[in-house]
Write a protein that binds this ligand. Structure first.
Ligand code: HMH
Length: 234
């Protein structure tokens, strides 16, 4: 009995045990003031447009990261359904890139003229560090789940009862907050948990650190969206 870890005793997955342990930063990432301002309708549209342009840059890098995870799923995974879930994510990203272009023209944003801000650069560099062959599948599939899940939980919150989300922003909230996206995040979580269950202590430690880094980058990304250019440069 004593040798059992808490998650074994309570029969919760490793990811849920980490979410409990790091609850404050998880809430910081999924209930950020930027998201709360979308939900209560007080959002500054300049900030929203900043977020949109920066996220387009991030998503292009995320495609490369997703491709690296797909390669690992093909090589390392024991279950073919893993590969299919990630392939589905790639297909969704294809649609997402098109959506960004369309959304940008709706808001009169010129995507090609946008320079990445520091938080975007840092996050993209972090993704790059996870793309190497030496980074284990358990680590990257957990990061993948966390990246998608933060957006899912954040934007789903903007659609929950009592929201005053401005109608022009509903499409964005639907994109990540819809039920199917929630289901897809749950599939990623199950895959990650299955791999973490058989991972060594070293890999578990490394994955927990990577998870915390994802959450920190997500918070920094939301923060960056709220900072006006003039302030950001000083
Ligand atoms: C910064 N995190 C960021 N952008 C995204 N589009 C997602 C997560 C979800 O794909």
């Amino acid at each position: 009995m004593e040798s059992k870890t808490r998650e074994e005793m309570e029969k919760i997955g490793i990811i849920d045990s980490w979410l409990r342990k790091h609850q404050l930063i998880y809430i910081g990432a999924t209930r950020h003031p930027f998201i709360l301002s979308i939900r209560d309708g007080s959002v500054d549209l300049y900030c929203f447009k900043t977020w949109l342009g920066q996220d387009y840059i991030f998503v292009r890098e995320f495609v490369a990261f997703a491709a690296s995870v797909l390669m690992k799923a093909c090589k390392e995974s024991d279950e073919s359904s893993d590969m299919e879930v990630i392939l589905g994510a790639m297909a969704a990203l294809n649609d997402e890139i098109r959506w960004f272009k369309n959304e940008a023209s709706k808001w009169e944003i010129e995507l090609s003229g946008i320079a990445p801000r520091k938080a975007t650069q840092d996050y993209c560099r972090f993704l790059e560090s996870l793309m190497g062959k030496e980074v284990e599948y358990a680590v990257v599939i957990t990061a993948f789940w966390a990246i998608e899940s933060v957006y899912q939980e954040s934007f789903a919150h903007c659609l929950e009862d009592g929201n005053e989300t401005p109608p022009p922003l509903l499409d964005t909230c639907q994109r990540w907050g819809n039920r199917d996206f929630g289901q897809y995040c749950f599939s990623l979580k199950k895959i990650a948990d299955r791999w973490l269950k058989k991972a060594s202590g070293d890999i578990l430690k490394k994955t927990e650190v990577v998870l915390l880094s994802v959450l920190e980058h997500e918070v920094a990304f939301w923060n960056m969206s709220r900072v006006h250019v003039a302030e950001a440069e000083h």
